[in-house]
Write a protein that binds this ligand. Structure first.
Ligand code: NAP
Ligand code: ZN
Length: 358
């Protein structure tokens, strides 16, 4: 067994504090362990979680932080014991890069809920050396082989990238709650997660309604596969939709009144929070007494993420993306904050490599 000892010089974009814009950052990727894969990153999506983390909205960011957990690239080196990947393969990495592999959750394909805590792709703590993980706004990454997924034929690398977080975070609850033909699904918030949620639910045969604050997005909704649009501030329209839905996927990224949405559910059906990760406003439990379920969901396991990628390739589900250059990331963050993205920014990492060599 040969163990590499040389670290690999890497370059990326990092935030050095909650107030600082992202800027060029040179660092090292670890020497390959026997079960590691090194990936030359070609594309990385920008998730609203990257913005929350860079600005320390959740109060647990370690600086410098290199965000990015919607990673697609090409295998460039392999640890001595890696079997499942070959140099030149097109691969992907999502929100986690390791877990214990042993606990009740890891052994049932729920690594995202690892009882010892999964290791985040950025701002996580490496299980071996305790170092802080750096994400995909960079030229390369080293990841344990099991956490490296295959990008199926038929998915372009830029379009595949957002599926690694926005895709799986929408797909997992739709599968958990067995959404299928004849079901009525509502998606609250039409951003990165929401627009993939619409496409996925429609591809599963559901009738989809978008609940949005933005009348200007109505045209897009139809194109994305939605049957109906309700402007969430229109009280009459919201009232008319009471007791209608089998599932509400709530992707709204900020504190909001879930009680405005709960009455739209049928009995025994769930509102799944995936967006708001913070204290929520007071909730009158009367809304739950109609036997409605309030629950949440976090990304998805490895097996389910691969299944989602394969499903998207088979059904032709691809996110709507706007490709940007690495140096445009701060502008993209401002636009993301103002819900001015249709519907996912994806960084072309060739631009970083050009910058680095120029
Ligand atoms: P995004 O692209 O910014 O989309 C969020 C959408 O929510 C916006 O396009 C907007 O849609 C709506 N919205 C924004 N601000 C709002 C406000 N103040 N009030 C009401 N609606 C608002 O964000 P994203 O990347 O989809 O991420 C959404 C959230 O999911 C983030 O908080 C992120 O951290 C979280 N997340 C969770 C998981 C998980 O595992 N659970 C995984 C990834 C991301 P309209 O214009 O249609 O209203
Ligand atoms: Zn994300």
């Amino acid at each position: 067994m040969s163990i590499q000892t040389n670290e690999h010089a890497a370059v990326g974009y990092a935030a050095r504090s909650a107030e600082a814009p992202l800027a060029r950052f040179e660092f090292a990727r670890r020497a390959l362990r026997p079960d590691d894969v090194m990936i030359d990153i070609t594309h990385c999506g920008i998730c609203h979680s990257d913005l929350h983390a860079a600005r320390n909205d959740w109060g647990r960011t370690q600086y410098p932080i290199v965000p990015g957990h919607e990673i697609v690239g090409v295998v460039s080196a392999l640890g001595s014991e890696v079997q499942g990947h070959r140099i030149g393969d097109q691969v992907a990495v999502g929100c986690m890069v390791d877990s214990c592999g042993d606990c009740g959750h890891c052994s049932t394909d729920l690594e995202q809920y690892c009882l010892e805590g999964m290791v985040g792709t950025y701002n996580g703590k490496d299980r071996h050396d305790g170092s802080t993980t750096f994400g995909g706004y960079s030229d390369k990454i080293v990841v344990r082989d099991e956490f490296v997924l295959r990008v199926p034929e038929g998915l372009g690398p830029a379009e595949a990238a957002p599926l690694l977080c926005a895709g799986i975070t929408s797909y997992s609850p739709l599968r958990t709650w067995k959404v299928g033909p004849g079901d009525r699904v509502a998606v609250a918030g039409l951003g990165g997660l929401g627009h993939v949620g619409v496409k996925l639910a429609a591809a599963m045969g559901a009738e989809v309604t978008v609940l949005t604050r933005s009348p200007g997005k109505a045209e897009d909704c139809k194109r994305l596969g939605a049957h109906e649009v309700i402007i969430s501030s229109d009280r009459d329209a919201m009232r008319a939709a009471a007791n209608r839905f089998d599932l509400i996927l709530d992707t709204i990224p900020v504190r909001h009144q879930v009680s405005h949405y709960l009455p739209l559910l049928k009995v025994d059906r769930p509102l799944v929070i995936v967006g708001m990760i913070e204290m929520m406003p007071e909730l009158h439990t009367g809304h739950l007494l109609g036997r409605r379920i309030l629950t949440g969901s976090g990304i998805g396991g490895l097996r389910e993420t691969q299944e989602m990628l394969d499903f998207c390739a088979e059904k032709g589900v691809a996110p709507d993306i706007e490709i940007i250059q690495m140096h445009e990331v701060n502008e993209a963050y401002d636009r993301l904050e103002n819900a001015d993205v249709r519907y996912r920014f994806v960084i072309d990492l060739a631009s970083l490599k050009r910058e680095a060599s120029g």
